[in-house]
Ligand binder design. Structure first.
Ligand SMILES: C[S@@+](CC[C@H](N)C(=O)[O-])C[C@H]1O[C@@H](n2cnc3c(N)ncnc32)[C@H](O)[C@@H]1O
Length: 288
């Protein structure tokens, strides 16, 4: 079953018409380069065979597939994402692996008509983009059985995320900040960095037993310096400033790239760009 993510919010439209192509170009970085933040949890989490799980904003489906291996054939994983293009890869990879217990559906998680049949809702970096975060959390709560668990990974602040802060600072030295009317992916990758805010949102949505666990570690944000520069000017906070500056950004591209190259060079490790990063793993429970 494929549901159209329709009517689309302005953010879902932006994911589809602008970000999807960029994400596809930098899939290696976005799916594998940042995976440190889910690795430990995925290795250690105890999933009862037969569990039913939702992967929120599942992208290309690698975490959904990892969870589907854990539930066993009698369990089920539903991967939801508002970009069907990502899900085509997810479906093909699941089929190639012979996983019959995972399905991928294109939908806006904020309004997807869940039934309360899931034991766990998980998300790696897929919760920070909703038009209305509390409404989305409330909808995710609806998906869970009483006592069911929500676990999601979000970036901590830019202070803990040099991979985003360093390139943004470089670009800001050359270009003006994005205007008020700039199109965006939603609240954005750092919108859930503050535990007090997220705790309040989860409480209002109806969750309890809310916990924040910090993960620090390296992310690989370029297979080479060239790849890292291209990635930073296409995506994330630096990419947003660059995109919104339009012709001015292109005029100053050579200067910006030269300074960015210098700023990224200290992070070269075995030919790749490996930078510090920090995330929260947020856990919460639906009241039993
Ligand atoms: C940063 S990516 C993370 C993808 C994947 N979880 C991963 O870690 O590789 C965020 C994902 O959330 C999806 N997304 C954003 N807003 C959404 C919404 N309202 N409903 C469903 N998916 C959404 C995007 O299409 C994108 O695939």
């Amino acid at each position: 079953m494929t549901l159209a993510a329709d009517p689309q919010t302005e953010f879902v439209a932006f994911w589809n018409d602008t970000l999807a192509a960029k994400f596809e170009r930098y899939r290696e970085i976005l799916m594998n380069g940042l995976s440190h933040h889910s690795e430990l949890w995925l290795r250690e989490v105890q999933i009862a065979p037969g569990s039913r799980i939702v992967d929120v904003g599942c992208g290309w489906g690698d975490t959904a597939r990892a969870l589907a291996r854990k539930t066993g054939p009698e369990g089920h994983v539903l991967g939801l994402d508002c970009v069907d293009q990502f899900l085509r890869t997810a479906r093909a990879d699941a089929e190639a692996e012979g996983l019959g217990n995972v399905a991928f559906v294109a939908a806006d998680v904020q309004s997807y008509p869940f039934d309360a049949s899931y034991d766990l809702c998980f998300s790696r970096f897929g919760m920070m983009f909703f038009e209305n975060p509390v409404a989305a959390m409330r909808n995710v709560l609806r998906a869970l059985k009483p006592g069911g668990e929500l676990v999601f990974i979000v970036w901590r602040g830019k202070a803990e995320n040099a991979w985003a802060r360093v390139p943004e600072a470089v670009v800001q030295d050359f270009l003006p900040p994005p205007g008020e009317d700039a199109r965006t992916c939603g609240p954005g990758p750092f919108s859930m960095a503050e535990p007090e805010v997220v705790r309040k949102q989860l409480e209002i949505a109806g969750f309890e037993d809310i916990r924040f666990d910090a993960t620090d570690g390296p992310v690989t944000v370029g297979e080479s310096i060239r790849n890292a520069i291209d990635f930073q000017l296409a995506m994330g906070p630096a990419g947003e400033v660059f995109r919104e500056a339009g012709a001015l950004a292109e005029e100053r591209r050579a200067e910006i790239e030269a300074v960015l190259r210098e700023a990224l060079a200290p992070y070269l490790k075995g030919g790749r760009i490996v930078m510090p990063s920090g995330s929260w793993r947020v856990s919460a429970r639906k009241p039993a």
